[in-house]
Design a protein around this ligand. Structure first.
Ligand code: GUN
Length: 296
């Protein structure tokens, strides 16, 4: 059997269309334009590409985009002062500080200085705690995107065995919380897990978020399982640069029931969910109905 390939590019385009339609209504009926502020410190090339893409996507759905590019030598107090200014600005509904920050800046301190209601990354400890206790929160974008695709494919996730490989604060841990919230039986596995192959073979839903190219082969996948590959790894093969996931796609696609490819799977969903979170934050800030299907 060959798996159904989940088209994240098309799915993300659909999410962005829903966001754009809601933004147009907000403008027309309430005179409100959602605004996203992105803060980039330093000149990391990958971060510059992400920030450029975020800016273009934000404008495309009709939102305001506020970009703040600071030098790599920016002091912590100057960065905190900018965040305080954005927290107080009523035209800014979402704030994202691009990570990683230069090493002289304390990322935890910086992230936790963002107003939790504007924390569209869902990284503030208040949002982490709210998610962990099943309360309304801002949810990290990549796991939110994975959840949307899983709900779309399965309908209900209740009772399914979900294995999340990876325990990062950005993907693994919030992904596990979201799956638990949808009544999955959840295992978080990682590099120290004993017999990882056997653990993966028990998964109806297998989420790979370890950051190791093609680490999970097809024979670790339960026949018919849904495989969500969060990995984006650049490798060189046959003298060419290639993007591969954490799953060995060619072998897994023969076993799985459904699978996200790399590229074109989870990747495009992250920015789409950032826009969805900005819209949600804007609606909450103004006491308006939240968009349906775009939150956890
Ligand atoms: N750097 C890489 N991914 C992310 C993300 O999702 N959010 C932020 N703020 N920085 C990142």
């Amino acid at each position: 059997m060959t798996a159904k390939v989940i088209d994240g590019k098309a799915f993300a385009a659909n999410v962005r269309e829903q966001v754009a339609a809601h933004v147009a209504r907000l403008k027309e009926q309430n005179g409100i334009t959602p605004g996203l502020a992105v803060v980039l410190v330093g000149e990391d090339p990958a971060s510059q590409v992400y920030v450029r893409n975020k800016h273009a996507s934000t404008i495309e759905v009709g939102m305001n985009s506020f970009e703040h590019r600071l030098s790599a030598e920016t002091s912590e107090s100057d960065l905190l002062a900018l965040i305080a200014q954005l927290n107080a600005d009523p035209t800014v509904h979402g704030i994202l500080v691009q990570l990683p920050l230069p090493s002289h800046l304390n990322s935890d301190l910086v992230i936790n200085s963002i107003d939790p209601a504007k924390d569209v990354d869902g990284f503030h400890i208040s949002n982490v705690g709210l998610l962990g206790t099943g309360q309304k929160s801002m949810v990290p974008c990549t796991p939110l995107g994975c959840l949307m695709m899983l709900r779309d494919h399965h309908g209900s996730l209740a009772g399914l065995n979900a294995v999340v490989v990876g325990r990062s604060n950005i993907v693994g841990k919030p992904m596990a919380q979201l799956l638990l919230g949808d009544s999955c039986t959840v295992t978080i596995a990682h590099s120290r897990t004993k017999d990882l192959a056997a653990v993966c073979r028990g998964a109806d839903i297998l989420v790979a978020a370890v950051g190791r190219p093609e680490m999970i082969p097809g024979d670790w996948v339960k026949p018919g399982a849904t495989v969500i590959d969060v990995g984006i790894n650049r490798i060189e093969r046959d003298g060419k640069n290639k993007l591969v996931g954490d799953v060995h796609y060619a072998s897994a696609v023969e076993v799985a029931g459904a699978i996200t490819p790399v590229p074109g799977g989870v990747g495009p969903m992250t920015i789409a969910c950032l826009l969805a979170n900005t819209l949600t934050a804007c609606c909450r800030a103004n006491g308006l109905t939240e968009p349906k299907g775009l939150t956890a």
